[in-house]
Design a protein around this ligand. Structure first.
Ligand code: SF4
Length: 751
């Protein structure tokens, strides 16, 4: 809280590393609510999370904080008027079964648009028609000034409120962003320029933004600014262009006025209709402010000319994708060759996305899903045109998927290499941005990658009532041969056997659930097969039921469900999964669901990937971050993310095993979060498998001793009296510091 206050007082940004499950969210919320009550000048809190489940968790915590403040009779007059809302997609906040049961988000958006677009509504006289959404119509009838009553609205309570009032929860939530004091939504609503320009434009500068679980935020930034084109996208782009040309011809015959009006709007420099919230489409992926002052070039003002322009680009892109060799070009070089072949300059490129959106709206197209391929192509050329120079982007073409080099599968990527591009607008727009995660070390590298200077950057430790975390680094087997997932070692029979023995012995001594992370799916499959041949799998299954993560979402969910069942009934289970996978990122293994986590190997990225190589070069030349530093930083944060899965509260306990000799090197070990290092004694490093097993047994024995919650009072939990005492001591300390500062400054002035 002290660090947060320092940041908000200074009006800057900060990075805080706080262990997950030890009250990070509740601390942030309690502080913000109290700070806002004391300083009316502070704006909204925009709390960004990764998943829908996390949105609801944050709002639940907020409800608890507000209830506690009410119980304590804090002056809560302003809080009684507080609106806190969680915004997610239409699929989650829709009441119409036909829309909410859509298979994808895009499909739901498209169906909703076909019921609510302004021209659809204008064309229908009866408000009770089946072609309209009754919930949206009811919301419209309530008028622009309608506001939801003060309260905390999670996804379920918004849906319940919508049901009760007969209004659309999704648009109610979107409208409430203007007056809500606390907004909880996904990262992308702020980071992705396509969505942010549609949803978050009206948020004021005074807002405080929190990015929770921000350890991968650089990857999210890069992902939002990169575009991939595959062969089937190109084929479908042709179909889209033919369809659009047909619609333009139709419109010319039916209502030429419509196209003429659009042309005039383009001439005036205001091509975008944005007449109603339901018409708004995803914006251009990027359009620098300077571009907004420019007029749209003549060659794309008329609809037919614009479609011809897109067709020529498409033909060029298709030609590129017929190459047999992989290529990598800077955007400038790619644009030059495109411009010389198309015999036109590339000034118009950066307007492509917005020009396409304008045309889609003019033609009153509601089934947007069908036109996704051409929108992807328009995004591709818009980004290309917006960054004609510099090395923040690179165009990479690969004729084959590296895993299947005999099957042609062309892929053209416009890869963003600079994570700060998506982040900078957020830093410059809002008063304070707080990045927090349990695994964000080393913090200094993080601020360099995102190119900002934080006011506060701190890694906080944990105060546990007893030693309930037992991290250790295993570097060798009982036979003293090293263990590592390094390519040269990984198939060595001794490494396979030693890793197998480690997992098997842990399965024998640790009760309930164990989670075991591998560096990749291929590595996991190979190890399981070799362990099976060595009889290790059979032995493990004597102690635990074995479950495996697969890339298939449904299979994985089912495996997790059964894993939990096995832990609940006391049989015990082992879950084998991969670092950077779904399980590593968002699944908690708290309490008996995860008493031990083993990371087999250092989860480095696939270094032969062209995109990664290009990014490493960018980091080296632009930010002076060496290849080794970045790869180690990235691998260790992934490993820390994996081990963090098992400690989700202060009363939880677990064993954390880093099994690779490379974890023992200072360049890896020192990059671990402070809250892990505080428990990683020298005696727990450089262990052999048998030493690790005896340390784990001793830890389990110690943790099994009777323990009273009161024993931790004064360490991790403080009573009201202790708090007052602490404050008094701190005050005295401050007084004496000020006193000594006074003496110091007076001495300095005397000198
Ligand atoms: S307006 Fe709301 S309730 Fe109606 S279809 Fe769209 S999201 Fe669903």
């Amino acid at each position: 809280m002290k660090e947060l206050k320092k940041t908000l007082d200074a009006g800057g940004h900060c990075i805080l590393e706080m262990p997950t499950g030890t009250g990070k969210t509740v601390t942030l919320l309690s502080f913000f609510v109290a700070y806002r009550a004391a300083r009316a000048s502070i704006g909204k809190l925009i709390y960004c999370t990764r998943t829908v489940g996390e949105i609801d968790k944050v709002l639940e915590e907020l409800e608890r904080v507000l209830a506690y403040r009410r119980d304590c009779n804090v002056d809560v007059a302003s809080e009684n008027q507080l609106v806190a809302v969680g915004l997610t997609t239409r699929r989650n906040l829709c009441l119409l079964p036909a829309v909410k049961d859509s298979e994808t988000r895009e499909e739901a958006d498209s169906k909703c648009r076909s019921l609510t677009a302004s021209w659809v509504r204008e064309g229908i006289t009866s408000r009770s028609s089946d072609s309209l959404c009754p919930y949206y119509e009811n919301l419209q009838q309530k008028g622009e000034l309608f506001q939801i009553p003060p309260g905390v609205y999670s996804m379920s309570s918004l849906n319940a409120f919508g049901e009760e009032q007969g209004i659309c929860p999704y648009f109610t939530a979107r409208r409430s962003l203007q007056y809500a004091s606390i907004i909880v939504y996904n990262y992308h609503y702020l980071l992705d320029p396509k969505i942010s320009r549609m949803i978050s434009t009206e948020l004021e500068r005074d807002c405080v933004v929190v990015f929770d679980e921000a350890h991968n935020i650089d990857d999210v930034c890069i992902e939002t600014m990169s575009v991939h084109l595959k062969k089937d996208t190109i084929q479908r782009c042709y179909q889209n262009l033919n369809h659009l040309s047909g619609l333009v011809q139709d419109a010319k015959q039916r209502n030429a006025q419509q196209l003429l009006e659009e042309y005039q709007r383009v001439l005036r420099g205001t091509p975008f209709l944005a007449t109603s919230e339901t018409d708004a489409l995803l914006a251009a992926p990027v359009l620098p402010d300077s571009a907004l002052q420019e007029t749209i070039p003549g060659n794309i003002r008329k609809a037919e000319h614009f479609l011809r322009f897109l067709r020529r680009i498409l033909e060029y892109v298709q030609n590129v994708m017929q190459r047999n060799v992989a290529t990598q070009e800077k955007t400038g070089a790619f644009l030059q060759s495109m411009a010389s072949l198309l015999q036109s300059d590339f000034k118009a490129l950066k307007f492509s996305s917005d020009r396409l959106q304008s045309l889609i709206q003019t033609l009153q197209i509601t089934h947007l899903l069908e036109f996704q391929p051409i929108q992807t192509l328009a995004d591709f050329v818009t980004i290309l045109g917006s960054y004609p120079t510099g090395n923040a982007f690179v165009v990479i073409f690969e004729p084959y998927d590296e895993r299947y080099p005999s099957i042609p599968d062309p892929l053209l990527q416009l890869a963003c290499l600079d994570a700060s591009l998506a982040m900078q607008p957020v830093f410059s727009r809002f008063r304070s941005v707080i990045l927090t995660s349990g695994t964000i070390s080393p913090i200094e590298l993080y601020s360099r990658i995102l190119m900002f200077t934080p006011v506060t950057a701190k890694s906080l430790t944990m105060s546990f009532q007893r030693r309930n975390v037992c991290p250790m680094i295993v570097t060798r087997g009982a036979d003293q041969l090293p263990v590592s997932s390094k390519y040269d070692y990984r198939h060595d029979p001794s490494v396979v056997r030693n890793y197998g023995t480690l997992v098997m012995e842990m399965a024998r001594i640790v009760p309930d659930g164990i989670v075991c992370f591998f560096t990749s799916y291929i590595y996991m499959e190979t190890m399981i097969q070799l362990w099976h041949e060595m009889g290790i799998i059979k032995k493990i299954s004597e102690y635990k039921l074995i479950f495996i993560e697969t890339p298939d979402n449904l299979e994985c969910t089912l495996a997790l469900k059964n894993y939990r069942k096995a832990c609940d009934c006391g049989r015990g289970a082992l879950f084998m999964c991969v670092a950077r996978g779904k399980v590593a990122e968002g699944i908690d293994f708290d309490r008996h669901y995860g008493r031990c986590v083993i990371v087999l190997g250092v989860p480095f990225q696939y270094t032969e990937s062209r995109v990664l190589r290009a990014r490493l070069e960018f980091l080296r030349t632009n930010l002076q971050i060496s290849e080794g530093d970045f790869l180690s930083f990235d691998a260790v944060r992934q490993a820390a993310q994996c081990i963090g899965r098992v400690i989700r509260s202060k009363t939880d306990y677990g064993i954390m095993v880093f099994a690779d000799k490379r974890f023992n090197r200072p360049d890896k070990k020192n990059k671990l979060p402070k809250w892990v290092l505080q428990f990683l004694d020298d005696a727990h490093c450089d262990l052999s498998v048998d030493m690790a097993i005896s340390i784990a047994s001793a830890f389990l024995k110690q943790i099994a001793q009777p323990f009273h919650a009161d024993a931790g009072t004064g360490i991790a939990l403080i009573s009201e009296e202790q708090l007052l005492e602490l404050m008094e001591t701190n005050d005295k300390k401050w007084d004496s510091m000020e006193h000594s500062n006074y003496f110091l400054s007076s001495k300095v002035s005397q000198v």
